[in-house]
Design a protein around this ligand. Structure first.
Ligand code: PLP
Length: 430
């Protein structure tokens, strides 16, 4: 199944097929095994940086994969370093251990607790995306306790925007994310006067995994136009503007991450039109990405435990289910029943299921699979993002995956994120 002729027949395989070497790793480490290729992480970073105008910052959203070796690869090496977008004390710890300075982090999220704000500011984080007036007050209170001023981006939930290209009116929906833009005229004076904070700009994040380049460009056009309008009409400060993301990458199916050949020129056109001082650094601009930067760097190796036929349907039962590969419940999305495998010489279709005691533990229906028997190892491609970090690791208490990181064909680390039950001080029930 891996002869050169077979590979040529599969257009998804135009990069060197690394699967054979990874099978050796599975034999040594066992399965479930994730393999992350840092060379591919760096390729993705170069591709994204090359798709943007000069001067854009890229925030790496650690929720896609907080592994410190991956986060480190996105900061080090040739080319502009990514900054870290974090949303918990755990992600902050990962970023710091990956070599990011606290000052390079943007702390986001709708539920920042006083304790985590206290901790983040104590560690030196100074930039926050705030989702409401009260969230801004919480940041300010923690900053004051540390005698510092926190720079804040107002995350905006844009109300109706008229897409110039389509004329379709898109209403902003109710959301726990962002400040409703129509409330800004009234709210702005209060937002600008919260002690311990300085509002320096805005943060938009309107979509994930855009289907195509035109969709992405259209979204950025609306975002930039909305930011410029709010700056002009309600005095939204715009030293810094994070226009969000939506850069796409396949998930658990073969294929390559998207190419954006027109994006840099289109962004320049949009910025020249709406924010003509951007070329001299006002505002300072940023995008953010998780999946595009790391999705294509990861592979999951899983073992076939059993094969079972039931009423005319075949089930291939793996040692790895949604406990290992993104249940994605946290993303408001069940794992799409859509796993497909790289380079599989189809022998038929089957349901690919995990070992958990729930019918929800399905990685794919009608998956084209090679002839398999118990003990065989399958390789799921493009799971460097939202693999371990979006999996139901606690469910059924099964072994967690080993995560092996490779660079230049060499293993640089192999670790396991093992949950440990620890004692907390006893308290009386009152
Ligand atoms: C999840 C998230 C991202 C990353 O999304 P991807 O689709 O992985 O690029 C970026 N920014 C914010 C605010 C997010 O919540």
């Amino acid at each position: 199944m891996n002869s050169p002729a077979d590979r040529r027949q599969n257009p998804a395989d135009h990069h060197q097929n690394p699967t054979d070497g990874y099978r050796d790793l599975a034999a040594r480490y066992g399965t479930p095994l994730y393999v992350y290729d840092l060379d591919r992480v760096e390729e993705s970073r170069r591709a994204l940086a090359g798709s943007l105008p000069e001067g854009f910052e890229i925030f790496y959203a650690l929720k896609a994969n907080p592994h410190p070796d991956i986060a480190r690869a996105l900061r080090e090496g040739a080319g502009p370093a990514c900054r870290a977008e974090i949303s918990s004390a755990g992600e902050l710890a990962s970023a710091l251990s990956a070599g990011y300075n606290a000052g390079e982090c943007l702390y986001t999220g709708p539920g920042k607790t006083p304790a985590e704000l206290e901790h983040a500011i104590g560690e030196g984080v100074r930039m926050f995306s705030v989702e409401s007036y009260t969230d801004l007050q919480h940041v300010g209170a923690a900053a004051i306790r540390h005698g510092v001023v926190a720079k804040c981006l107002l995350r905006i939930n844009s109300a109706g925007t008229k897409a110039a290209t389509t004329g379709i009116r898109m209403m902003g929906k109710p959301s726990q994310f962002g400040i409703d833009s129509e409330t800004l005229p009234e709210l702005m004076p209060q937002l600008l006067a919260v002690p311990g904070t300085r509002v320096v700009g805005a943060h938009f994040f309107t979509m994930s995994n855009a289907v195509d380049e035109n969709g992405l460009v259209g979204e950025f056009e609306q975002t930039v136009a909305a930011a410029a309008r709010l700056a002009e009409e309600v005095g939204l400060p715009l030293e810094f503007l994070d226009i969000g993301g939506g850069f796409s990458s396949p998930y658990a199916v073969p294929g390559e991450r998207a190419d954006y050949p027109k994006l840099a020129a289109e962004l320049e056109r949009i910025l020249d039109l709406h924010l003509p001082r951007w070329r001299s650094g006002t505002p300072h601009l940023a995008v953010e990405s998780g999946r595009y930067l790391v999705g294509s760097s990861g592979y999951l190796l899983a073992s076939v435990v059993n094969i079972k036929d039931s009423r005319g349907s075949r089930f291939v039962i793996l040692d790895s289910g949604i406990n290992v590969l993104g249940g994605l419940s946290g993303l408001g999305r069940l794992l799409p029943a859509a796993v497909q495998l790289d380079g599989a010489e189809p022998d038929g279709v089957a349901s690919l299921v995990g070992p958990l005691c729930t019918p929800g533990d399905s990685l794919g229906r009608d998956v084209r699979l090679p002839a398999l028997e118990p003990g065989d190892v399958i390789v799921v491609p493009n799971v460097g993002a939202y693999g371990v970090s979006a999996s139901l690791q606690g469910f059924l208490s099964r072994p967690v995956a080993v995560e092996a990181v490779v660079r230049g064909g060499q293993v640089v680390s192999a670790t396991q994120l093992v949950p440990v039950r620890t004692e907390v001080p006893a308290v009386a029930v009152s």
